[in-house]
Every structure is written in structure tokens, then in C-alpha cells.
Design a protein around this ligand. Structure first.
Ligand code: HEM
Length: 478
């Protein structure tokens, strides 16, 4: 069966380990192995257990897959249905998916994102203080702290003040168990004390907390409190579409968008917020870890960001972040964008073929196969990005080859499932790293693993990013 499905595309000519295939390799995926696969051909394949997997490395083929909802849908690992619950919107396909997603757009408009900034800035302040304390005496690995940091930002953005500090701590301390449970290759049955078992426990606990926050938000929104978090905007949209808030009252609320949303239960809302956390957590943690590492290694870029950060604050270094300030951080924006290109958090997006998919003139992906468009090769394409393996923020100046070639920008995917959080990501990362550069200096302890890429859902430096922070003289003296 394997040889028939493989046809002419690149891949092992037979299964070295009959039935299971390279299962053990998939348990501990190596970045270099993925690279070798991409280099082996525009389309290549591998077979693990009963799953036939086709990998697309070419930009146009990747785009074709991501924009072909007739043939493909996102592939979720078997255990995801148990962890995210079968009623979750992420399992919707076609029109049902498009309609549901339309109802969520109002949560990520610019008007709404503006309202999330103050809560996010409080978390930046809290965690920057922690970075200084943690590394006061010596440089320490920061990857796990960055994961907690990003988790705390997401939770405050989604749940505002309804979620307590203890709940944030509980979820951020344990979130990695969910990532582990949802690794591409994991045991499909939930047996006690296995990774999926722990993952489900933490997911259930998190969704219960979200449902409780939704109940609190309902009370506050009915009583007329201004919205500050994703939940508030969602509840207000519902109250409006149910006629419980008049058009006039609704239009007068700062930040809301006119989208008609049906009634959602607290349980449904909790499941959707959980998908936001799930989609955000690993990717933003990866981006943050690389950003801090790269900026320590590149004092030239660090200095330019700092100069810009001072300039946008008009002499008041303690000025609270506003969206206008973030908009004017042009160089910081280029530095973040380049980090996302150079070390794209999501290197591949697994899909599944719903029917035979004639992807090229001479190859049809068989129905039921996993089909994985890769983002990394397009983002390291030397025709679009000169010296693609170098970190060069200046390549993103307006009108440059990189900025005009938008087809290669696959960091957030494309097509009907393109990342719903991408504007939020940019505002959060630009605002956060700009403030960090203004308020702190940090040094990176370079090891021989610092540039090795470890794949843990997304990608991280293999030595967990060893840093030492100290307050910047600038702000302490300001
Ligand atoms: C650096 C950070 C992030 C990166 C690199 C990233 C990347 C991606 C990618 C590649 C996809 C798949 C797109 C496709 O299939 O074409 C995706 C989907 C998605 N992302 Fe993000 N993402 C990030 C952060 C976030 C955040 C912060 C949120 C939530 C607020 C979010 C919410 C989602 C959702 C809900 C989907 C699925 C959309 C759908 O199926 O319709 N992501 N993201």
C-alpha cells in the first residue's frame, strides 16, 4: 500500500520498519530531519503506522493546500478530540467553520485590541520584574519562564480581571502538559498517568475556569461596565444580537464591532477561548524566546530599537503603551517580523485529505492521507530573502523585495484557516519587546546548542535560552 501511495514523489522506497514505520523518530522529531525531508523534493512522503503522510516544501504547493478547503481540512491528532472536546469549533469544516469564525472576528478588530493593551502592559511589568529577580545572581534558562509569561498575557487578554492571579499561575505552570498531550505522535488512547491523561486534566480545569469567568463577565456587562477583555466583547456582542442592548447603547460602547452572534453557553465560550490559548501559547512563546535571544546577540539591532523606543515616548519613558505608539515603532516592527521569518514558530501545518487531491499534474494525494504544507522553506527562499539564514530586520523596509513578495509570508498560514490572532500577535510582540528593550539590558550565555533548533510543537533554542537581565540605566535614572 505504501509503495502504491508513494507513486513518484520523494520518500523511502520501502518501509524499513514494517507497519510502524519511523515511529520512534517521530516521537522525538529533529529539525535537521525535517530539513532533509524538505530538501528531498517539493513533495515527499513518509508512513507511520497506518498514516501515510505527504509533505509539501514548495511555497506554491503549500499555498495550494492551505487554500483548498474542498480537498483538505486541518488535521488534528486523535487525542485532540478528547482534549478539546468533540463540540469544539475547531472541528467544524466548510461553511459551518466560515460562519462560526465570522462571529469571532469582532474579538480581534483593532478597536478591540486597543482595549486589551492596558491589561497586557500590567503583565509585562510583573514579568519584567520577575526576569530581573530570577537572574539577579546568575544567568538562567528562560524558555519556561517565557512560556509562563505568554500564558499569563493570553489569560489576561481573554479573561481580564475575572481570572485570578492564582488561576493564572496554576494554568501557566501546567500548560506544557497540554502541549505534550497534543504532540503529533502520541498514544491515541487516554490511559491513566500518560501524557494525554495529564493533558486532559489540565484542559478540563482550564475550561472550567474560563466558563466561570464567562459567567462573571455576563454579570458585569449587563450592569454596564466598559469592556476590557475578549470575554467582555463576546458577551456584549451576544447581548446586542439578542436585543438586550439597543443599537444606540451598543454603538456608544468604545471598541465593539457590529457582528451578529448567536447565543453561546458559558461552556461553548470556554471551549473556544481554550482554542485561542492553545493556538497562541506555543507559537508566541517560541517567538518571544527567539526574540530575547537574538536581541542579546545583536547589540546593533538592540540599540536601534532602544533609540526608537525613546523617540516614540516623547521624553516620558513611563508613558503607558498606546496603539498609536505601537504603530509608530517601525524599526521594532521590522525586528519582530524578521524574527518570525528567520525562526518561524509554526514550521508546518498538518492537514488531512478529505478526498483524493490532484495536487500536481502527475501526483494525487490519496484520500485519508495527512498532508503537511511547510512554511519554513518559503520563509527561507533565497530568491525573495537575500542571505535567508541571516537575521536582517532592514530587509523589511517599505518597498523592499521581501515586503513586496507577500506570497512567501506564510508565518500565519493562508486561506480559510489563516491565523485569527495575527494582528494581536504583532501588537503584543512589538509593544512587549520594545518596552523590554527600554527597561532592561540582558546578556545571553551562548552555548554550542544555542543555535540548534528543538521542535516542541513549535521551535526553541536547544539550550532553553540562558539569559541574565539587569535594569537599564535609562529607566532607573528616568
Ligand atoms: C507568533 C504567534 C502565532 C503564529 C506564528 C501563529 C500561526 C498560525 C498558523 C500557521 C495557523 C494555521 C493557519 C492555516 O491553517 O492556514 C494559525 C491558526 C490559528 N491561530 Fe495562530 N499563530 C500565532 C498566534 C495566535 C494567537 C495569539 C491566537 C489567538 C488569539 C491565534 C489563534 C489562531 C486560531 C484560532 C487559528 C485557527 C483558525 C481557524 O482554523 O480558522 N494564533 N496560527
Amino acid at each position: 500500500t505504501y509503495i502504491r501511495k508513494k507513486g513518484k514523489i520523494a520518500g523511502p522506497s520501502f518501509k524499513m520498519w514494517p507497519i510502524i514505520g519511523p515511529f520512534l523518530e517521530s516521537m522525538d522529531p529533529k529539525f535537521e530531519e525535517y530539513k532533509a525531508k524538505w530538501d528531498s523534493g517539493k513533495l515527499s512522503c513518509v508512513s507511520v503506522f497506518h498514516k501515510f503522510v505527504v509533505i509539501a516544501s514548495d511555497r506554491d504547493l503549500a499555498r495550494k493546500i492551505l487554500s483548498a478547503p474542498r480537498y483538505v481540512k486541518p488535521c488534528v491528532v486523535d487525542v485532540a478530540i478528547k482534549i478539546l472536546r468533540p463540540t469544539n469549533w475547531v472541528f467544524l469544516d466548510g461553511k459551518a467553520h466560515v460562519d462560526y469564525r465570522r462571529g469571532l472576528n469582532g474579538l480581534f478588530t483593532r478597536k478591540a485590541l486597543v482595549k486589551y493593551l492596558p491589561e497586557q502592559e500590567k503583565i509585562y511589568n510583573e514579568y519584567f520584574k520577575m526576569f530581573l529577580e530570577l537572574s539577579e545572581n546568575e544567568a538562567v534558562p528562560f524558555m519556561h519562564t517565557f512560556r509562563e509569561f505568554m500564558c499569563a498575557i493570553s489569560l489576561r487578554t481573554f479573561c481580564g480581571e475575572y481570572i485570578t492571579k492564582d488561576q493564572i499561575k496554576l494554568i501557566s505552570d501546567n500548560y506544557f502538559r497540554i502541549t505534550e498531550a497534543l504532540e503529533l505522535v502520541n498514544f491515541p488512547i487516554i490511559l491513566p498517568f500518560t501524557k494525554p491523561w495529564y493533558g486532559r486534566k489540565i484542559a478540563d480545569m482550564t475550561m472550567d475556569i474560563f466558563a466561570n469567568c464567562a459567567a462573571l463577565s455576563r454579570k458585569e456587562m449587563v450592569s454596564g461596565k466598559p469592556p476590557t477583555c475578549t470575554l467582555d466583547f463576546w458577551i456584549l456582542g451576544m447581548l446586542h444580537s439578542q436585543g438586550k442592548i439597543s443599537d444606540e447603547q451598543f454603538q456608544a460602547i468604545d471598541g465593539v464591532s457590529n457582528v451578529t452572534i448567536r447565543e453561546f453557553t458559558n461552556k461553548e465560550i470556554s471551549e473556544t477561548l481554550f482554542t485561542f490559548l492553545f493556538a497562541s501559547q506555543d507559537a508566541t512563546s517560541s517567538a518571544t524566546t527567539w526574540l530575547f535571544q537574538i536581541l542579546a546577540d545583536r547589540p546593533d539591532v538592540f540599540a536601534k530599537i532602544r533609540e526608537e523606543q525613546i523617540a516614540v515616548r516623547d521624553g516620558d519613558l513611563n508613558k503607558p503603551l498606546t496603539i498609536e505608539m505601537v504603530d509608530s515603532m517601525k524599526y521594532t516592527h521590522m525586528a519582530v517580523k524578521e524574527c518570525l521569518r528567520y525562526r518561524p514558530p509554526v514550521i508546518m501545518v498538518p492537514y488531512v485529505a478529505k478526498q483524493d487531491f490532484p495536487i500536481t499534474d502527475d501526483y494525487t494525494v490519496p484520500k485519508g492521507s495527512m498532508i503537511i504544507p511547510s512554511t519554513y522553506p518559503a520563509l527561507h527562499d533565497p530568491e525573495v530573502y537575500d542571505n535567508p539564514d541571516e537575521y536582517i530586520p532592514e530587509r523589511w523596509v517599505d518597498g523592499s523585495k521581501a515586503s513586496l513578495n507577500t506570497k512567501n509570508w506564510l508565518v500565519f498560514g493562508t486561506g480559510p484557516h489563516v491565523c485569527i490572532g495575527q494582528n494581536y500577535v504583532m501588537i503584543n510582540l512589538v509593544g512587549m519587546i520594545g518596552k523590554a528593550v527600554l527597561e532592561m539590558d540582558w546578556e545571553h550565555t551562548v552555548t554550542d546548542k544555542s543555535e540548534d533548533v528543538r521542535v516542541f510543537a513549535t521551535i526553541f533554542p536547544d539550550d532553553d535560552c540562558i539569559l541574565k537581565f539587569r535594569p537599564s540605566k535609562l529607566v532607573s535614572s528616568a
